[in-house]
Design a protein around this ligand. Structure first.
Ligand SMILES: NC(=O)c1ccc[n+]([C@@H]2O[C@H](COP(=O)([O-])OP(=O)(O)OC[C@H]3O[C@@H](n4cnc5c(N)ncnc54)[C@H](OP(=O)(O)O)[C@@H]3O)[C@@H](O)[C@H]2O)c1
Length: 230
């Protein structure tokens, strides 16, 4: 896999595009307003990036990132996403994304709803708890970098951090584990999607989205999570 489709070109999508291009991938990136509105971003990303419609970005890759806020009413390129590994990086915010009673009551996770919305895709929750922007308090020059870049370390480094991955499909977990490794992170498998509430906002692992956590810390924090209605 050498091309990644990214649907959503805001803070998360554009930063992830930059990070994966640095790791040697090509990127096809889309937003809601059309490829012509992405000309300056694509110019800044360089020759490994091109702008497209969401359907074209979904067609172009076996791994496609949905880097925009979740709404079950969104029109997604379901045909083009069929059979693909689809990364969902949404952190459910009712004030922004709308109220979904089964999620608010803790009966389902937003990622299970996304899987229902894309029944032929292999949805995987990934990259939800690493910041795609600068540290809010700049103490040293590196703090200007988004956490997904600032915290990256080579495999085996003693201070390597870990990110969570959750899916109902082991092959999707494997694909994201490889991608995390390429970007400089270990993976902790917190599958299936019904368990993915353990890495949501407000859980014990959550405050570490600024400075990261080791694999051991992350496993411990996922185990400590308690399910609360939200
Ligand atoms: N920012 C972070 O540090 C961070 C960290 C972890 C997770 N996340 C998650 O990442 C997602 C995106 O957050 P963000 O901060 O990047 O938001 P953002 O800066 O507001 O960007 C949203 C992007 O999504 C596009 N978009 C919206 N609806 C779309 C649709 N139906 N089809 C195609 N593109 C669409 C927008 O394009 P237009 O402008 O053309 O509408 C825009 O490029 C959220 O779910 C958030 O919870 C963000």
């Amino acid at each position: 896999m050498s091309t990644i489709g990214i649907i959503g070109a805001g803070q998360a999508g554009s930063t992830l595009a930059r990070a994966v291009i640095t790791s040697g991938y090509d990127v096809v990136i889309a937003n809601s307003r059309g490829p012509e509105t992405l000309a300056s971003l694509v110019a800044a990303l360089g020759p490994r990036a091109r702008a497209a419609t969401p359907a074209e970005a979904a067609s172009a890759a076996d791994l496609v990132v949905l880097a925009f806020p979740y709404r079950p009413t969104d029109r997604l390129p379901t045909t083009q996403l069929a059979g693909k590994v689809v990364l969902d990086n949404n952190n459910y915010m009712p004030w922004r994304d709308g109220i979904y009673p089964e999620v608010v009551a803790g009966r389902k996770t937003v990622h299970e709803l996304r899987q229902e919305q894309l029944p032929e895709a292999k949805v995987v929750k990934a990259f939800t708890h690493v910041q795609f922007h600068a540290r809010s308090e700049i103490r040293v020059p590196d703090d200007e970098l988004p956490a997904v870049v600032r915290l990256a370390r080579p495999a085996g480094a003693p201070d390597r951090k870990a990110l969570v991955v959750s899916s109902d499909f082991p092959e999707a977990v494997e694909a994201v584990t490889r991608l995390y490794d390429d970007l400089g992170f270990d993976a902790v498998d917190n599958s299936p999607l019904s368990e993915s509430w353990r890495s949501g906002p407000g859980t014990p692992m959550w405050p570490h989205h600024v400075d990261g956590q080791s694999r051991e810390e992350l496993v411990r924090n996922l185990q400590r999570a308690e399910r609360l209605p939200r």
